[in-house]
Structures are given as structure tokens and as C-alpha cells.
Design a protein around this ligand. Structure first.
Ligand code: ADP
Length: 257
């Protein structure tokens, strides 16, 4: 009887601690959802006045004025556009982190996405003296994904590769199917990332301490957006890099069919 009482007591204690943990998980979920809503609301509220500011700046830029004033107007314009980019990134971060809006996957031909992204970015990469190479198999590489989000992911990876690769370098985008995964790889011959920095790369607002990388403009949100997009597609993000030699970012997404 003593033993039964003892066991019962343990069962009750376990049930209580389970209940406590369950409550904590629920509270954390609610907090996370509140954080997401807060970020979305604040970025939205930032965007509206910024759109007005940029619009009025464009009017001022069209007016002939003395060089000092026009230099100030240009500086304000750059600042406002940078703020608008941060607000855009924060809105997207909130969207792709929202468990109430899961992805609606459809077959997406990754070569098409890469072509669309390069159509917008290749010119500025070549102008910087960076060679752009695409390697893909004969057969299409089709992922089950939300096209818009994959386009954003590829945009962020290619633009980082371009940003952190000095002139004379190369950016290679490579597609493949491996088992049930559609694999997209973006490799550059740029600055590379230290092992220490690699551990924090996907955290929001993380920027490397490498002064060469810090010299480039950025918000530290691009890779956290990439990581969230890949995770919510049930995929994986991998990075291989050596400081001073270059980096490879690889994403694995569920293959279609
Ligand atoms: P951002 O580029 O706006 O700073 P990201 O989240 O896209 O933010 O990247 C975080 C940091 O990771 C960057 O600040 C940079 O230091 C490093 N990084 C990202 N991509 C590369 C790359 N291809 N080569 C070297 N460093 C990179």
C-alpha cells in the first residue's frame, strides 16, 4: 500500500510538472505571436510616412536648387530609402515567421526563379567586375514551394554574394536534385565568414564583426529571412565558408512530384 501511495504521488507530481511546462509553452507561443504582430504593426506604421517622405523628396530633386541643398536632399533620400528597406524586411520577417500563415506550396521551377533574380541583379554584378555562372542539370529542378518566397530567398543569397565579393570574383548558382530534395547553392569567391560568425549568421540583425563586411550597407535581416523561409518549407539551410576564401550557402527544399 505504501508503494502504491508513493507511485501515485509521483504520477501526480509528474502530471503537475507536465501541466506547468504545457502552460509555459503556451505562454511562450502567445509572446512570440505578440512579438510578430508588434513587428508587423510597427513596420507598417513606419512605411506609410516613409512613402510620403520619399515621394516629396522626388519632387524636391526635380527642382533646380543650389548644390548644398541638393546634397542634403540626396542624403535624406538615401536615409529614407534605407529605413524603407528595413521596414520592408521586418514586415517580411514577421510574415514568414507567422505560424498562422503557413506556406501554400506549388511546383516551382528553380531555374526560372534564378533567371528572374539574375535578370535584375546580373548587370550590377558584372559592372562590379564579378563573373556570374549558373550550373544546372538537363532536367528541371522543381521544388514544392511558394514562388514569391523562393524568389526572395534567391535574391537575398545572390545579393549577399555580390555584396561581399570584391571585384574580379565569381558568383556561381548551382541547382541539383538529391533524393527527395531540390538543392540550390550559391557560391562566391568573396570575403568568407569566420567559424564563430557562422554560428550566429541566421539570427535577426546579426552582422559580422569583419570590418570589410561591415563596410557594406545592410540590415542583418537578409539571412534570417532566408532561414525562416527555408524552415517553414520544411527544408534546411547549410553554410560552408572560410575567411578570406569565399562562401557557399545551400538550401534544400522538398522536391515536387
Ligand atoms: P546584411 O547583409 O544585411 O548585413 P544578412 O543577414 O544578409 O545581413 O547577412 C548577415 C551577415 O553575414 C552580413 O552582415 C555579412 O557579414 C555575412 N554574410 C552574409 N552573406 C555573406 C557572404 N556571401 N560572404 C561573406 N559574408 C556574408
Amino acid at each position: 500500500a505504501l508503494d502504491i501511495g508513493h507511485d501515485l504521488g509521483r504520477v501526480v507530481l509528474n502530471a503537475r510538472s507536465f501541466e506547468r511546462e504545457h502552460r509555459m509553452v503556451e505562454e511562450l507561443r502567445a509572446l512570440d505571436s505578440y512579438k510578430g504582430r508588434l513587428i508587423a504593426t510597427v513596420s507598417h506604421e513606419l512605411k506609410n510616412p516613409l512613402t510620403a517622405i520619399v515621394g516629396h523628396l522626388e519632387i524636391l530633386q526635380d527642382e533646380p536648387t543650389d548644390p548644398a541643398v541638393s546634397a542634403s536632399v540626396d542624403a535624406i533620400d538615401r536615409g529614407a530609402r534605407r529605413l524603407a528597406r528595413v521596414a520592408d524586411d521586418l514586415l517580411l520577417l514577421a510574415k514568414v515567421g507567422d505560424p498562422d500563415h503557413p506556406v501554400v506550396p506549388r511546383p516551382v521551377d528553380l531555374a526560372d526563379v534564378v533567371a528572374d533574380v539574375l535578370a535584375l541583379q546580373e548587370h550590377s554584378l558584372t559592372r562590379k567586375g564579378i563573373e556570374v555562372v549558373v550550373e544546372k542539370p538537363e532536367e528541371p529542378v522543381v521544388a514544392m514551394a511558394e514562388a514569391e518566397e523562393i524568389e526572395r530567398l534567391v535574391t537575398n543569397l545572390v545579393s549577399n554574394a555580390g555584396k561581399y565579393t570584391p571585384s574580379g570574383g565569381r558568383v556561381t548558382v548551382c541547382l541539383a536534385v538529391e533524393g527527395d530534395e531540390a538543392v540550390l547553392e550559391c557560391t562566391d569567391t568573396g570575403l568568407g565568414i569566420s567559424a564563430e560568425d557562422q554560428e550566429q549568421l541566421f539570427q535577426e540583425f546579426f552582422r559580422s564583426t569583419n570590418p570589410l563586411a561591415l563596410a557594406q550597407p545592410g540590415t542583418g535581416l537578409g539571412l534570417s529571412i532566408v532561414h525562416r523561409i527555408v524552415s517553414r518549407h520544411g527544408g534546411r539551410t547549410e553554410v560552408e565558408s572560410r575567411l578570406g576564401e569565399g562562401s557557399t550557402f545551400r538550401v534544400r527544399l522538398p522536391v515536387a512530384g
